[in-house]
Unconditional design. Structure first.
Length: 116
């Protein structure tokens, strides 16, 4: 399977959207860590909040990967995480034609039709 042909028909529905939402939501605990450290009254509370938020971020990320599916994971490993999210976003929006232009490499991306 090529990296750019990664979302199959079965995973392009609600589970893919939910998985991507969970992956993107895993950034929120990282943003909340400085706020929690600043607002916590004691050192033990700062450590507890920081540890809890780090665990929450990891759980959200891996739950998103599990929900989104193995095709997304393998494509992200092959194409890299920087290219995977723009490709996923275009796939979620639904390509208007059979082929669409990849802004990173200039090559044409053909939607994944399933395994042969």
């Amino acid at each position: 399977m090529r990296a750019k042909e990664f979302v199959n028909e079965a995973s392009s529905g609600m589970s893919l959207k939910l998985g991507i939402l969970l992956i993107l939501a895993s950034v929120l605990p990282w943003i909340a860590i400085p706020v929690a450290v600043w607002l916590a009254p004691s050192v033990t509370m700062k450590a507890a909040w920081t540890g809890g938020l780090l665990i929450a971020a990891e759980v959200l990320f891996w739950a998103g990967i599990l929900v989104a599916g193995r095709d997304v994971w393998s494509a992200a490993k092959q194409a890299g995480w920087r290219r995977a999210f723009p490709l996923l976003w275009r796939q979620l929006r639904g390509p208007s034609s059979e082929e669409m232009k990849d802004t990173y490499t200039g090559s044409l991306i053909k939607p994944f039709k399933g395994y042969k």
